[in-house]
Design a protein around this ligand. Structure first.
Ligand SMILES: *Cc1c(COP(=O)(O)O)cnc(C)c1O
Length: 386
């Protein structure tokens, strides 16, 4: 393979064309999918760029480079899931290291970190990030890592990456941002002071609900090298086919995000004026408490939103059983619209008490807005809400 162009490129160009026409064998325009698990040495003691598929794979490397370029990082590691990417980072911390995380993050992230804590690997400090005093007190305890998810899941709270990461830096902690909800098309945490970005590429980056994979991007070369070594040591890698599909999905990232966001904004405004909805959580609404911050920190408001049904669980049940244009399913970020009930689905494992503390009620529904015609989406919701 020829090297992708060394010229600096604008993000939309990277997404659409990174690695295109780099095949020196046949001039393939779409980058080839290399499934081989092993690579011939060119001679005695002469390995080539790749020797074994766990240590490296050309297809995976290309997708990782594209994601790193979009995030403005030195490099990226691609893993078998978003949680594997988080575990890769946490697994490299010294035993007993403290990790600070918000109380309203993705349920699976909290479950993973709590499981690691229970086994004695880390000490977890869970705080409400909107309480800056509590957050500062936690960071003063000397954590190795501050974990930020913004916008948060499912309440779409937005946290100031620049403020939080500089606070972390002051006390010697590194910052990782889960950028799954916005993707690098709409938010670049490394440019705001974060040291790492983590993705469930299962979601917007791949965008077609046919891959489970993750990525971990590091700002500096040294971290990147260490994480790459760690992925080879632990075997936390993404398959060539998943990597290939993910890069293929990234081609349309900007166009998808733009249109899905438009649909989400229209739906948020519609629900905000709907008699059966008591509250809408979408940072694009001027009534959202973090609207100004979102406007400043993000290049868009994304395609995720949540709302409270006025009739609580009874209303929720009726809606999810009648709504046609939204599929009742976990996950998000695909071209098709999904509806999820956090209390019984994504956040069920958190337990009722923790959900209550995080403000996740039984009447809350989360939408991942897709590319369908907006009239069909609104009609479907209205039918379920009437
Ligand atoms: C889905 C998700 C994860 C976990 O990713 P997997 O690919 O399912 O392991 C982590 N963070 C956020 C915000 C997610 O939505």
């Amino acid at each position: 393979m020829k090297k992708p162009t060394e010229k600096p490129q604008l993000p939309k160009t990277i997404a659409a064309a990174y690695g295109v026409a780099c095949d020196s064998s046949f001039g393939a325009v779409s980058p080839p999918l290399y499934l081989s698990s092993t690579y011939e040495f060119s001679g005695y003691d002469q390995p080539r760029a790749f020797d074994y598929g766990r240590a490296g794979n050309p297809t995976r490397a290309l997708a990782a480079e594209a994601i790193a370029a979009l995030e403005g990082g030195a490099g990226a590691v691609m893993t078998s899931s978003g949680l594997a990417a988080i575990d890769l980072l946490v697994g490299r911390l010294p035993v007993g290291a403290k990790v600070v995380i918000q109380n309203d993050c993705y349920g699976g992230t909290l479950r993973l970190l709590k499981a690691r804590e229970k086994l004695g690997y880390i000490q977890l400090i869970v705080v409400d990030f909107s309480d800056l005093n509590a957050l500062e007190a936690a960071i003063k305890k000397g954590p190795s890592l501050l974990f930020i998810e913004t916008p948060s899941n499912p309440l779409m709270r937005v946290f100031d990456i620049a403020v939080l990461s500089s606070l972390a830096k002051r006390y010697g902690a590194k910052t990782v941002v889960d950028n799954t909800f916005l993707s690098p098309a709409l938010q670049q945490p490394l440019s705001l002071g974060a040291d790492y970005v983590v993705h469930s590429t299962t979601k917007f980056l791949n965008g077609h609900s046919d891959v489970v994979a993750g990525a971990l991007v590091a700002l500096n070369d040294e971290d990147c090298q260490e994480l790459n070594d760690w992925s080879n040591i632990t075997g936390a890698i993404s398959s060539p086919f998943d990597s290939w599909l993910t890069l293929r999905g990234i081609r349309t990232l900007f166009a998808r995000m733009e249109q899905q966001e438009k649909n989400a904004m229209t739906i948020a405004n519609h629900l905000n004026n709907h008699g059966s909805v008591s509250k809408v959580y979408y940072p694009g609404l001027t009534t959202h408490p973090n609207h100004e911050l979102a406007k400043r920190q993000q290049q868009g408001f994304g395609a995720m939103l949540s709302f409270e049904h006025k009739d609580g669980e009874t209303g929720v049940r009726k809606l999810v059983e009648t709504v046609k244009t939204f599929t009742l399913a976990e996950s998000l970020g695909g071209v098709e619209s999904l509806i999820a009930h956090p209390a019984t689905m994504t956040h069920a494992d958190m337990g009722a008490e923790a959900r209550k503390a995080a403000g996740i009620s039984d009447g809350l529904l989360r939408l991942s807005v897709g590319l369908e015609h907006i009239s069909d989406l609104i009609e479907g919701l209205d039918a379920g809400l009437s």
